[in-house]
Design a protein around this ligand. Structure first.
Ligand SMILES: CCCCCC/C=C/C(=O)SCCNC(=O)CCNC(=O)[C@H](O)C(C)(C)COP(=O)(O)OP(=O)(O)OC[C@H]1O[C@@H](n2cnc3c(N)ncnc32)[C@H](O)[C@@H]1OP(=O)(O)O
Length: 362
């Protein structure tokens, strides 16, 4: 990614730092900690100052928030800071926000819980079928960075409501400042690459609990998970050509290896939607469960896995991934570059416009 995006981002960052002082409403301690952490990460990089004593509550809370960002790049931290300030400014001034549903986009859409050795990240935007808005990409990255370092043995991604995830929020395309589509496409490509990198580099077992239909990027990423458990109600759909786009999530490399080139082409080029059983037959899904017992059976299984010795599990995961890591990063970079071009194409614009004007549905 070239210099212009970086310079623009630094300018945005400086503006956001000024804006934060003008907020009319106090955003609350949790948000203030998040802002502090992102600011430190953006300006100084990962936290490497000694951990303060437990009795020094405020300093400890700040340190924890900064430390939780792990190795998040300065650039990604800057972007998250800018997005967070912009959503706060919008809500404090009553303006419409970039979020597709008109509400403030914040971590309410990505819930994180940690229990029984399992950190669960839940996509929680059921009214939009858990479509991923920009803030959610950032929140998932933060959640993964934290989960990679916490004491849990395994990490789970799942959805709330009837969908697992309907993929990229197509309304993200509405937020392009007029006259700057190339810049916006470049920013999105950087975000996409950073986002997928977090899955490639995730250091412990990552398990998808696919509670319903999955579309787009939520399907392609499954190739980077260590196990994928699906309800028999789930479907797997990657309609990239219909949207004038191209595959991401390393699927252009992982899917052909996993299911053979022609089955991968049916999905990734021609947009064939798979049932859960078909996805199982292609190796994309590890096991399919009846919807009526899905949650009970899967969580019982996960709790048993989470009792395994965490270090052993982590080392095995890393060994399995290490052979392919470099290649996956290269594929991710290439796919992100291709999408950057697709996003400014007429084919893509027409498809998104059709969805947004409700002329098209998958
Ligand atoms: C950093 C950027 C990275 C980008 C990476 C590239 C990623 C690519 C992809 O993920 S491509 C896949 C994109 N997804 C789609 O094309 C799905 C679009 N949605 C639909 O076709 C349908 O909504 C449906 C099939 C998911 C569900 O249909 P139905 O059961 O009839 O429900 P509704 O259509 O009424 O949906 C309810 C509500 O949710 C909104 N919604 C659903 N999915 C999305 C979405 N992906 N983007 C935006 N909005 C979505 C839908 O508009 C409805 O909203 P409303 O109630 O009308 O306000």
């Amino acid at each position: 990614v070239g210099g212009p995006a970086m310079r623009a981002s630094q300018e945005d960052f400086a503006n956001a730092m000024s804006q934060v002082k003008l907020l009319k409403k106090d955003p609350g301690n949790e948000v203030k900690l998040k802002l502090y952490a992102l600011y430190k990460q953006a300006t100084e990089g990962p936290c490497n100052v000694p951990k303060p004593g437990v009795l020094d509550f405020v300093v400890k809370a700040k340190w924890d928030a900064w430390n939780a960002l792990g190795g998040l790049s300065k650039e990604a931290a800057r972007r998250s800071y800018v997005d967070l300030v912009s959503s706060l400014s919008a809500s404090s001034s009553g303006r419409a926000t970039p979020a597709a549903d008109g509400k403030r986009a914040d971590s309410d859409h990505v819930l994180v819980t940690s229990e029984d050795g399992i950190t669960a990240i839940t996509l929680n935007r059921p009214t939009k079928k858990n479509a991923l808005n920009t803030q959610m990409y950032h929140d998932i990255m933060l959640a993964l960075k934290a989960a990679g370092k916490d004491s849990s043995t395994i990490t789970v991604l799942t959805g709330s409501g009837d969908y697992y995830c309907s993929g990229n929020d197509l309304s993200n395309f509405k937020d392009v400042p007029s006259g700057r589509p190339e810049e916006s496409a470049q920013r999105s490509a950087v975000l996409l690459r950073d986002f997928v990198d977090c899955f490639i580099d995730f250091p412990k077992p990552l398990i998808a609990v696919v509670n319903g239909p999955a579309i787009g990027i939520s399907v392609t990423l499954l190739g980077l998970f260590d196990a994928v458990y699906a309800t028999d109600r789930a479907t797997f759909h990657t309609p990239f050509s219909h949207l004038g786009q191209s595959p991401e999530g390393c699927s252009s490399y992982v899917f052909p290896k996993m299911m053979g080139p022609s089955k991968a082409a049916e999905m990734l080029i021609f947009g064939k939607k798979l049932t859960a059983q078909e996805a199982f037959a292609q190796g994309l899904v590890t096991e399919v469960f009846p919807d009526s017992t899905f949650q009970k059976e899967v969580w019982a299984r996960l709790k048993a896995y989470a009792k395994l010795p965490p270090n052993s599990v982590r080392i095995s995961k890393q060994l399995l991934r290490s052979q392919e890591k470099e290649r996956l990063h290269a594929v991710n970079a290439e796919e992100s570059r291709a999408l950057q071009e697709r996003w400014v194409s007429a084919e893509c614009h027409d498809a998104i416009a059709a969805f947004l004007s409700r002329k098209a549905k998958l």
